[in-house]
Design a protein around this ligand. Structure first.
Ligand SMILES: *[C@@H]1O[C@H](CO)[C@@H](O)[C@H](O)[C@H]1NC(C)=O
Length: 182
């Protein structure tokens, strides 16, 4: 009997480890894809100078937002979900403005695929604050206040928040921040 329980707990723990392992594999792939050089090339150099996209205020999700939401009692799990949804939206928008043969098309498509995978195993339960933000995000495109932002700035935010949400659990490593620390 005792042994049965122990075995059960063991399997449970292994299952959890496997989930974290999988999640970290995906976030590491994302981290590699989002390193500074790639962001600069695919979202800066390959776009017309001063090109900006019109997005909702909620789509500009910075570390400051994350800090303030944590202070309001929002869990990291929920923030990961919000961040995933926001960035999936952004990537879809960027993809929509790109012709198929644009040099960034493949890059954006791959990022989108990674986000889809990541969102598969994030939670769906949301507190009211997150539900409100989601609602504003889902409103039709022509309602509510807008902002114009460079595509690179959007993915810079995406990268920084990735660190805020996964660095510890997944041991992410950012070569440029390591250089700065030296
Ligand atoms: C993040 O903060 C900005 C500025 O304070 C705000 O406009 C935006 O709605 C916030 N985003 C989210 C998702 O809360």
């Amino acid at each position: 009997m005792q042994r049965g329980i122990l075995l059960f707990l063991c399997i449970l723990a292994l299952g959890r480890t496997a989930v974290i392992y999988k999640r970290c594999q995906v976030t590491r792939a994302l981290n590699d894809k989002l390193l500074y050089d790639k962001r600069l090339t695919y979202l800066g150099d390959y776009f017309p100078k001063d090109y900006k996209m019109i997005v909702r205020y909620e789509e500009v999700l910075r570390c400051q937002n994350i800090t303030s939401l944590i202070n309001q009692g929002i869990t990291v799990e929920e923030l990961r979900y919000l961040w995933g949804i926001v960035n999936e939206d952004i990537l879809i928008k960027i993809k929509e403005v790109l012709p198929d043969r644009h040099p960034s098309f493949g890059y954006i498509t791959e990022l989108l695929k990674i986000f889809k995978e990541l969102l598969l195993d994030t939670i769906t339960h949301q507190t009211e604050i997150i539900q409100d933000i989601m609602e504003r995000l889902r409103k039709p495109d022509d309602t509510g206040p807008r902002k114009s932002v460079r595509p690179k700035a959007l993915l810079d935010n995406c990268f920084r928040v990735l660190y805020a949400l996964y660095e510890e659990e997944c041991n992410l490593c950012n070569p440029s921040s390591r250089l700065m620390a030296l």
